[in-house]
Design a binder for this molecule. Sequence first.
Ligand code: XMP
Length: 513
Amino acid sequence: MIEQIVILDFGSQYTQVIARRIRECNVYSVILRYNTPAKKIAALKPSGIILSGGPASVYAKKAPLPDKAVFGLGVPMLGICYGLQVLAQFLGGKVESGQKREFGKGTLKVRDSFCPLFANLPEQLQVWNSHGDKLTRLPTGFKSVAVTENSDYAGIENRARKMFGLQFHPEVAHTPRGREILANFVHNICGCGKNWTMHAYIEQAVREIRAQVGKDRVILGLSGGVDSSVAAALIHKAVGDQLTCIFVNNGLLRGREAEVVRRVFGNHFKIKLQYENASKLFLRRLKGVTDPERKRKIIGNTFIKVFEGGTRRAGKSKFLAQGTLYPDVIESMPIAGNPAAMIKSHHNVGGLPKRMKFQLVEPLKCLFKDEVRALGLELGLPREIVLRQPFPGPGLAVRILGEVTPLRLEILRNADSIVVGEMKSSGWYYKIWQSFAVLLPVRSVGVMGDERTYDYTIAVRAVESQDGMTADWVKLPYELLEKVANRIVNEVKGVNRCVFDITSKPPGTIEWE
Ligand code: XMP
């Protein structure tokens, strides 16, 4: 079994960040619900357990608390923020509501430089706090190893039992040397090596896919996005021609999308690729439709119909592969009372109908997005696919306000390829969440040469985001904006005006629809 760290999730918005930081140390980590039975945790043979932060008070009536037996497993433990308070309270310490909330930047003074958590770190560290309650009495056997202006117990330990607690958040970027603290925990205290690499993951995943699939066949809906592309390459490596990818052209794709997918997967990887060109069907059904929700419904239903037809043509298959990622898996286990754990309301129409009886193959379901990208590169997929920004399932239809027509699609494709091209050549494309063009249904007056024009407007959107749930507009340099606008108005026939969207989410959304 692979060495791993178990993270018990008490509802902190940073739990996933902890898991990622641990994996960046090349140590595998899994997130489990706070009340996972100790027996179940023990069965994983974890090298260490981390108790995450959380919004509750440990002394509150409905506070999320772990299975007591967890503290008797003899596994090294680290409690972070609320996790420290849980650990301390269970072992006999006292937690009270603080006089002053400690929030934001603080300075940590390490009192005991022999504490293995702080090995090779200076005696003063910048840390980031976010707590109201504080520990006011240590459990027996514990001592304070670090303090802040506001807390005598910012770092505590019982070295003999390998139990540690941190009142601040080592996982966030505002604790600049927090990664080293977590690395000290996993390597020095838990004794983990550096076994979690994408290379090792490929070998393990290939073995698992082969064991699951046997001699049966697998179908995969390839969208050309990062997740389904990486899943396709990985499954193909495991079971070769037992995999058939179905690529549906819904007529709402960007410029060279269909061509790239066919070139990369069909020609280069030699993956069995079934190309379903249903553009005409989609556009026919969208004719005259302007309401955004109706557009989405039509596209969703048409996709299911086309995909179902495709699977029938591909021949009988026992398995359906999906590029589900770890955050999707974790987000479907929300913790009561925690607003941060709201389930993501995915726009995608509720999956495939039940009548399509498949068993699922989900080889990315324990990976984060950045790991999926690293895996894609390791599998030899081109950067053009691996470093792609997210693109909505209903495609350009959500970026054409009003009716979707072939002419409007053409206008948007041309404008979009200018936006993407300029973002790529300036390097901005790779730094941000999304950047794209939107076609507005209004026409306005302009002048070109001596002629008066009456044409459409393109809105350019560029946003920064972690997960698409919230977003901020990107302050692109004026020179870049100027170039994009000039090119769009000069090169895209039918457009005479270009605007830049400076709305954040909330209150706006990322797509316009
Ligand atoms: P909004 O517009 O809701 O978008 O702020 C949030 C993120 O989700 C993407 N998006 C979709 N992704 N299918 C998808 O797979 C969809 O139907 C869909 N609609 C929006 C959007 O591009 C942004 O990244």
